[in-house]
Each structure stands twice: as structure tokens, then as C-alpha cells.
Design a binder for this molecule. Structure first.
Ligand SMILES: [Fe+2]
Ligand SMILES: [Fe+2]
Length: 253
């Protein structure tokens, strides 16, 4: 029998994929034919993912170090491998499909910051790293840190963005099959990341203040995409967040 968190590590192993194997030739040809509005929406979402995935992939070391046992630590490590792959995938999209200028990923990322709002940059480049730094100093903060990373950032912000991207791709005047393929694979990984985070939160005793903060953070965080995501999509994401928190045994007063 598999105990603890080992099944998440096994699942991760079985879902590995290679971002270099995705063929962008049709996407590259189609990109210049996007309308102005389509280009702005898709590029804005890609910019958000480049910034988000680069940031999240760098923060999991503190989580791994704070894990109370090896089985949980191994899952954070498996997740870090996924997030690094996601960051490379979105960087490939920005460089090879959208032709964002810059020799290096960091240069392209600098160019992409202009396509998203300050709140998104602040969440990923300041608030999440600050939480990981606090966690590195005080391992007792693991549940709250998982709450921000897995439940709020992945469960609300990124999931809402990924669904918005799939919707946008569906409605485009031209097809972007490579981008679509990669998005589906990213979403598949994110589902187990969120499941894992919910399990960590479920195993911990969460007090009233922490529960309220998680709910409120979700409601605020969903708005960081600005006009790139519809109000309905934000409402859906927040509803699912509330349901996931309840399923993890968190009570709301
Ligand atoms: Fe990711
Ligand atoms: Fe993730």
C-alpha cells in the first residue's frame, strides 16, 4: 500500500512530458494573422504565464525544506520539475511563436511585463517570494504558505488564466495547435499540484483567521489578470476555490 504523499510523486512521474517536443510550426505561421484584439489577449495571457511560472518554479525549494517528512518533500521536488518545464514551455511560446525580442529568457520576460498589470507582477515577483522567504525561516508556516501557493495562486489565479487561454484559443480566427497542446499538458500537471496542496491543507488544523484569509486572498488574487479574464471566469474560479477549501475540511464562520 502506498502511504503518505507517495502517490502524488508516482502520478507526477507518469505524467512527464517534454516541452521541446511540441511542434510550433503551424503556430508560427498563424501568429501574424491574429487580429489586434486576439494578439493582445493571447500575448497578455502568455506574458502572465511566463512571469508566473518562472516565479513559482523558483520558490519550491523552501517548501521542500519545510516539509515534515520525506514523502512530502519528494512531491514538492517533483512539482518543481513540472513548474520549471512550464516556465520553459511559455518562454518557447514567447520566443518562437510570438517573437518577443530578447536573447535570454530574462530579457524576454522584461519585455513581457508591459503586457500585464502591476498586481500580477507584484503577486508573483514580490508576495510569493516573500512568503517563501518567511517559510525558509519558520517551517511552521508551511500550511499558510501552501494555502497561498497551491490553493490561491495555482487554484485560482493560474487555473482561471489557463481556462481563459483555452477559451481564447478556441475562439481565434486562426489555430495555434502547439500552444493549445502545451496548455492542455500544463493544465493536467496543475490539477495534481492543486490536489496535492489541498491534501496538505486538509491534514493541518486551520483556524478561523487562516480560513478567512485564504478565502479573501482567493477573491482578491483572481483580479490580478485585469481585463484579460472575464468577470464570469473570476466568479467561477472563486466559487471553485470556496468549494475546494470546504472539501479540504475548512469551515467558514
Ligand atoms: Fe505551473
Ligand atoms: Fe503548478
Amino acid at each position: 500500500m502506498i502511504t503518505g504523499y507517495a502517490h502524488f510523486a508516482q502520478l507526477a512521474e507518469s505524467l512527464q512530458w517534454d516541452e521541446k517536443a511540441i511542434d510550433f510550426s503551424a503556430d508560427r505561421e498563424a501568429w501574424p494573422r491574429l487580429t489586434g484584439a486576439e494578439n493582445a489577449r493571447v500575448l497578455g495571457l502568455v506574458a502572465g504565464f511566463v512571469i508566473a511560472e518562472t516565479s513559482v518554479s523558483g520558490q519550491l525549494g523552501a517548501y521542500e525544506a519545510a516539509a515534515p517528512d520525506e514523502s512530502m518533500a519528494a512531491v514538492f521536488q517533483a512539482q518543481a520539475r513540472d513548474e520549471a518545464r512550464h516556465a520553459r514551455f511559455f518562454d518557447r511560446v514567447s520566443a518562437e511563436v510570438a517573437c518577443v525580442p530578447g536573447e535570454l529568457p530574462a530579457q524576454r520576460r522584461d519585455a513581457l511585463r508591459a503586457h500585464v498589470g502591476d498586481e500580477l507582477v507584484d503577486l508573483f515577483e514580490h508576495r510569493l517570494p516573500a512568503t517563501a522567504r518567511r517559510l525558509a525561516e519558520d517551517h511552521a508556516g508551511l500550511t499558510a504558505a501552501v494555502g497561498l501557493y497551491h490553493m490561491v495562486i495555482e487554484g485560482v489565479v493560474l487555473l482561471a488564466g489557463q481556462h481563459a487561454m483555452l477559451d481564447a484559443l478556441e475562439g481565434l480566427s486562426v489555430g495555434l495547435p502547439g500552444v493549445r497542446k502545451g496548455m492542455e499538458l500544463v493544465l493536467r500537471d496543475e490539477r495534481w499540484h492543486i490536489g496535492f496542496g489541498s491534501r496538505v491543507v486538509q491534514s493541518a488544523a486551520i483556524g478561523r483567521e487562516e480560513a478567512d484569509a485564504l478565502l479573501e486572498q482567493g477573491e482578491t488574487a483572481a483580479k490580478v489578470w485585469g481585463d484579460l479574464i472575464t468577470t464570469e471566469a473570476i466568479e467561477t474560479a472563486v466559487r471553485q476555490h470556496r468549494r475546494r477549501l470546504k472539501a479540504a475540511g475548512i469551515k467558514f464562520w
